[in-house]
Design a protein around this ligand. Structure first.
Ligand code: ZN
Length: 463
């Protein structure tokens, strides 16, 4: 009996140890796969009041100090904005707006995090504020601009002369519009070259609107190779040029469905806005593939710029990619030039990622008027079912809303930047398929002839 117990005990320990080792291995390899994305996650806040819209996104890293710094900045902006809208709370023809967006680039040890804070409180145009943070994830600390360069003055002189040559060549028309702005904007002072984004194979210098050209020229990016700037960078931040960096993606192996399978079925279009976001969008794509469901992604240009490979994957798997503009501003608050920039920059980023410019647009917040739609020259796709997933962030609630409002021809609005929305969508798709629905993309609907998209028109459901 005792011998039996001892043997039993050993077996138990051996089994237990193997389980622990396997769990550990799965954990290691599971993490390795999308290691890059695990180093930060996206926080999103969407909110509106009587007279404002608020759309804020910021990253969270594995570094408490940096997170605290960023969230303090974000909270201050939100508080100030809300305070201002209280003072402005008289009836207004405008919707005030606070929009905080960021882009991140990465090298083998450094994240460059560029924030743009847009505030619209009436007036001729937005107020814009730029901020930049550098996070060395190998040393796990925030690093200052100064600590990236060997010598501040030498570096600024070099940056000024490099960018001025490129600007004179590529942005001639803007510079001649206002030579004074240009001369001031490229002077070798730190304020002019604060926003430098380091990528694996190149570096982008960001000039916010009004720095080197008039406001109407928008943000201007100047791309430099490491070959040009390695001499001013300290050793650990030097990089290598990618000789093929400007080659567009050329190979496509897109999988689409035979639409004849869909005829006679009840059709439902599920649409996802505001992405892509690595952790949630990739999970959604896996779930959609398993269920043979096709959807539509209305993506933001500034996020496609960060994650082109996710959008390419979505496109290759047969989903429709539409534009949600470049940076999610209320299009009604923009002048014609700003409006065109929002639309064409998004189209350019999408085209770089999937090899094709999008043909449909969803205006941020669903806000548009005749003028906006006329200038855009694209069909607008709105929705008729809104589970307000961004507000409740509640899987059950969003699932119930989708199931209870499912009807042949409806267009459902969700956001693929929330875990709860992705879970709810996948659960709902299982139920809906059992109920005889096909989950279809906008392209499939067009092909099926259920919807005939015309430029300068808005669609709320599928006829
Ligand atoms: Zn949106």
């Amino acid at each position: 009996m005792i011998r039996f117990l001892v043997e039993y005990k050993y077996k138990f320990i051996i089994i237990l140890v193997s389980i622990i080792i396997s769990v550990f291995l799965v954990w290691i390899f599971g993490h390795k796969k999308d290691d890059d994305f695990k180093k930060y996650r996206n926080e999103a806040i969407l909110d509106y009041g009587n007279n404002y819209y608020l759309k804020v996104e910021y990253p969270k890293f594995n570094n408490k100090k940096l997170n605290q710094k960023i969230s303090n900045m974000v909270n201050n902006e939100i508080d100030n904005f809300k305070e201002s809208t209280k003072r402005l709370s008289v009836a207004t023809e405008y919707d005030y707006e606070l929009n905080i967006q960021y882009t991140i680039t990465k090298t083998d040890r450094l994240y460059s995090i560029h924030f743009v804070v847009y505030k619209f409180l009436g007036g001729a145009h937005y107020e814009r504020k730029d901020l930049i943070y550098y996070y060395d994830f190998i040393d796990n600390k925030e690093v200052s601009w100064d600590s990236l360069f060997i010598d501040k003055n030498i570096s600024l002189n070099e940056l000024s002369s490099l960018t001025s040559t490129i600007l004179k060549r590529e942005y001639r028309e803007y510079i001649y519009l206002d030579k004074y702005i240009f001369e001031e904007g490229i002077k070798p002072i730190k304020n002019n070259f604060k926003y430098i984004m380091f990528s694996e194979d190149y570096v982008d210098i960001i000039f916010p609107p009004y720095q080197v050209g008039p406001w109407s020229s928008g943000e201007i990016l100047v791309k430099l190779g490491y070959g040009d700037i390695n001499n001013i960078l300290i050793d650990k931040y030097k990089g290598e040029d990618d000789p093929e960096r400007n080659n567009p993606i050329t190979s496509y192996k897109r999988k689409t469905r035979d639409i004849e399978e869909l005829r006679g079925k009840k059709l439902l279009a599920i649409t996802f806005d505001d992405g892509p976001a690595p952790s949630t969008t990739l999970k959604l794509l896996d779930g959609l593939r398993e269920r043979d469901a096709k959807v539509t992604f209305f993506v933001l240009g500034n996020r496609v710029r960060q994650f082109p490979e996710i959008i390419k994957k979505a496109y290759d798997e047969g989903h429709t990619i539409g534009s949600h503009t470049y940076s999610h501003k209320n299009l009604k608050n923009l002048n014609d030039n700003e409006l065109k920039i929002e639309i064409t920059r998004a189209n350019d980023e999408i085209e770089k990622a999937i090899g094709k410019s999008p043909t449909i647009l969803r205006p941020p917040y669903g806000e548009y008027n005749k003028h906006v739609i006329d200038i855009s020259g694209m069909p607008f796709i709105l929705w008729n079912i809104d589970p307000q997933d961004w507000k409740y962030k509640d899987t059950e609630r969003v699932y119930d809303h989708i199931i209870n409002s499912a009807k042949d021809g409806n267009i459902i609005l969700l956001h693929d930047i929330y875990d709860t929305s992705v879970e709810a969508a996948l659960m709902a798709i299982d139920t809906l398929i059992e109920q005889g629905y096909a989950i279809v993309s906008l392209e499939e609907l067009e092909k099926l002839g259920k919807i005939d998209l015309k430029n300068n028109q808005a669609y709320f459901r599928i006829k």
